[in-house]
Design a protein around this ligand. Structure first.
Ligand SMILES: Nc1ncnc2c1ncn2[C@@H]1O[C@H](COP(=O)(O)OP(=O)(O)O)[C@@H](O)[C@H]1O
Ligand SMILES: [Mg+2]
Length: 197
């Protein structure tokens, strides 16, 4: 089952429940004894953790942020590729975040963002992506700490949500899940889709 669906990504705006669902999905795959590598972007491995710290702590202009995300991705993809030879990769965020946040959110040119991301990933895209979809009220209620990204206004996040809708239309095997439901129900919806693809 799903032997050709090896690279699974979780996407969505801040506090949508990506990390919660990615963790649940990892546990689910591990129960069936697969080799599972659970990771996240930015900051999956090694030097990426340093990049993540800069991204979260420093106020950078959108282009500088973008190139740091890309540097992180170019490093991360090497690790992903080696794990994909042996088993599953579950990633909390992927290149789609950069399309949603840096292009739709911050206004960087879409075609360039898409092409340079594929350049960084050597053309690799997730096999399956779950976009956890919540509204802004839900996001604000759930946010406890505010970092540089999360402190952006509602207009920014509306554009990011629009970006995720674009991604769901434009790319294959991208599924939107209603993230306003209790976490267990969100997970059931994800598994429901997983079992049919
Ligand atoms: N379905 C849900 N319903 C209510 N709260 C949730 C749900 N999923 C996650 N949370 C809570 O919302 C916050 C953000 O969840 P998290 O998984 O960290 O989101 P993300 O990784 O997308 O930022 C956490 O406090 C988490 O416990
Ligand atoms: Mg998270």
């Amino acid at each position: 089952m799903n032997s050709f669906k090896k690279y699974i990504a979780f996407e969505g705006i801040d506090a949508s429940g990506k990390s919660t669902q990615a963790q649940m999905f990892c546990d689910f795959l591990k129960k069936t004894n697969h080799n599972v590598f659970c990771t996240k972007e930015p900051g999956g491995t090694g030097i990426s953790k340093k990049i993540r710290r800069i991204l979260l702590e420093d106020r950078l202009n959108p282009k500088a942020r973008f190139f740091l995300f890309l540097a992180d991705r170019a490093i991360h993809i090497e690790t992903l590729k080696s794990y994909l030879k042996r088993g599953y990769v579950v990633s909390d965020r992927c290149l789609f975040s950069t399309i949603a946040y840096q292009s739709f959110g911050e206004g960087l040119e879409l075609r360039f963002i898409e092409e340079s991301n594929l350049f960084a990933t050597q053309g690799l895209l997730p096999d399956v992506t779950f976009i956890i979809d919540i509204d802004l009220d839900t996001m604000r209620k759930r946010l406890t700490k505010r970092d540089v990204i999360e402190s952006k206004g509602d207009e920014f996040f509306k554009r990011v949500i629009e970006g995720y809708n674009y991604i769901a239309d434009r790319f294959d095997n991208v599924f939107k899940i209603d993230g306003r439901q209790p976490a267990e129900q969100v997970f059931e919806d994800i598994i429901g889709i997983w079992n049919t693809i």
